[in-house]
Design a protein around this ligand. Structure first.
Ligand code: FAD
Length: 447
């Protein structure tokens, strides 16, 4: 018998339970399938497509030929399965709104079973529930429930897969150029594992103390590998388990945040693009204009905001603390809906993840789960002084301020002679804070 392994966000061979199932079900051959789906392929400003194109090539070479097809999965997957005479099609379960509906359509179109084994999470969405069977809405109790639930040990690597290459044309992997000036992160399973091992050796112990300081740049940058499935979080949790440090515990908690947001999105698929707290539909917002463009370019005149936005353009990644600062600025200083900022992030991030991004944004905007209260407005200067005290992060990304030292680097407008080529502040933060709070007050009648 033969089977099809339909790879999606899980292009790896280690800790890959769906592939183990595919091999068990298809001892005579497993077709390694990848479908270029126009609904997903080519989305975004190009960094993600460039990354995926290279990731596919790397995997193709590694397994000696990936069977790539192009078209709607509900047409292509049954066609390939039929041509190969496969008895089953295997996937890791998807939990995004699009992924679940796509898989349901494919399942209906197939005349052999679509077998879902595992997912991109240590504990799949929907599994951690309260006593009444409902999902959690608040992180801390979810985290406790998640730890209590526990997860399996990593699945052993699958060796000697009897890969089967069907006759007929394989679509070539489209080449996608890297957008100008963008540095892509390392690519593929081997790179991910090596990067992870090195990071564990060098940085995990100090993670709890250092994670909020963008200038140090010592967070793991594993988000990109988790997004593309080059490593499974269970592998990472198993590596963290024997370490007793506060850093290892703090890191495990961050991985749980990723699983929490996936669970929330699963509970409330409408929260991908709509307000989790629906009261916020009534908040008064401004229409985006030049201010949104200045924010995207990193030309707001607030150094920490501009540094973050420019890091995003240059690397397709931004430090978590700075993601929070720039998001707060968009919502509470520019009074724009979070969706404008979230869309730009999805467009530009190589690690763009629907659940973590949309809920990261909604948390900052005050309308998400467990949200930081709306009235807690981040002050970009205070945040900057606290988390980038010597201004190293700002100087790295804002060359106009390269010669300015702290504390002036956090608020160059206080200098007697500020650099002429750096913009003046787009807004008066104190004034916009008052305005944000005034608008928020008006929401109270919807409580
Ligand atoms: P580390 O600090 O090394 O953390 C380890 C891992 O834990 C991360 O790789 C990630 O998988 C997970 N994690 C850490 N913090 C969070 C968090 N707050 N929420 C969910 N998971 C977390 N993360 C994404 O993966 N994709 C996104 O599109 C995304 N958009 C975001 C948007 C906003 C507005 C905010 C505030 C946060 C967003 N995050 C997103 C979460 C977080 O910023 C990134 O996961 C983190 O910066 C990635 O860098 P790292 O791997 O070095 O993180």
């Amino acid at each position: 018998t033969t089977s099809v392994m339909w790879f999606r966000g899980d292009l790896r061979l280690i800790d890959q339970p769906a592939l183990r199932e595919a091999v068990a079900a298809g001892p005579d051959g497993v077709v390694p399938l990848y479908v270029l789906d126009d609904r997903l392929w080519g989305r975004g400003a190009g960094v993600r497509t460039a990354y995926l194109s290279r990731l596919l090539s790397e995997f193709d070479e590694r397994i000696g030929g990936l069977h790539v097809v192009h078209g709607p999965p509900e047409r292509e997957v049954p066609r390939v399965a039929h041509a190969a005479g496969a008895d089953s099609v295997h996937v890791s379960a998807s939990f995004t709104p699009y992924g679940t509906s796509r898989d349901d359509r494919v399942e209906k179109a197939l005349d052999v079973p679509l077998v879902r084994t595992g997912s991109a999470y240590a504990v799949s969405p929907g599994r951690v529930v309260k006593g009444d069977g409902e999902g959690y809405r608040v992180f801390t109790p979810f985290y406790k429930g998640w730890l209590d639930h526990g997860w399996r040990d990593p699945a052993p690597a699958v060796r000697d897969v009897p890969w089967l290459r069907p006759e007929g044309r394989t679509h070539r992997i489209p080449e996608a150029g890297v957008p100008e000036d963008v540095t892509l992160p390392p690519i593929g399973e081997r790179a991910a594992r090596e990067h992870w091992r090195r990071w564990l050796e060098d940085h995990v112990t100090d993670y709890a103390d250092e994670r909020d300081h963008p200038g140090l740049d010592t967070t793991s940058r594993m988000s990109v590998h988790l997004k593309w499935g080059s490593i499974h979080p269970r592998t990472m949790l198993a590596d963290l388990a024997p370490l007793g440090s506060d850093g290892a515990a703090a890191y495990r908690r961050e991985l749980a945040f990723r699983e929490f947001y996936a669970d929330i999105l699963h509970q409330r698929p409408d929260s991908a693009f709509g307000y989790y707290d629906r009261r916020f539909e009534h908040l008064q917002y401004d229409e985006p204009a030049d201010d949104l463009e200045a924010w995207k370019r990193g030309e707001t005149g607030f150094p920490i905001v501009d540094a973050g936005m420019r890091q995003l353009l240059a690397e397709g990644w931004m430090h978590n603390r700075v993601r929070m600062i720039v998001a707060s600025f968009l919502v509470k200083d520019l009074h724009l809906e979070w969706t404008h900022g979230a869309a730009h992030f999805l467009d530009r991030l190589v690690d763009a993840d629907l659940a973590s991004n949309q809920h990261g944004w909604q948390w900052v905007a005050g309308c998400g789960t467990d949200a930081s209260p709306f009235f807690r407005v981040f002050n970009p200067v205070t945040q900057s002084k606290k988390f980038d005290p010597d201004g190293a992060y700002i100087r790295r990304w804002v060359p106009e301020l390269a010669g300015v030292s702290a504390p002036a680097v956090h608020e160059p407008w206080t200098m007697a002679d500020p650099p002429q080529d750096y913009p003046a502040p787009l807004v008066d933060h104190a004034e916009e804070r008052r305005e944000a709070l005034r608008r928020f007050e008006a929401l109270r009648r919807f409580e």
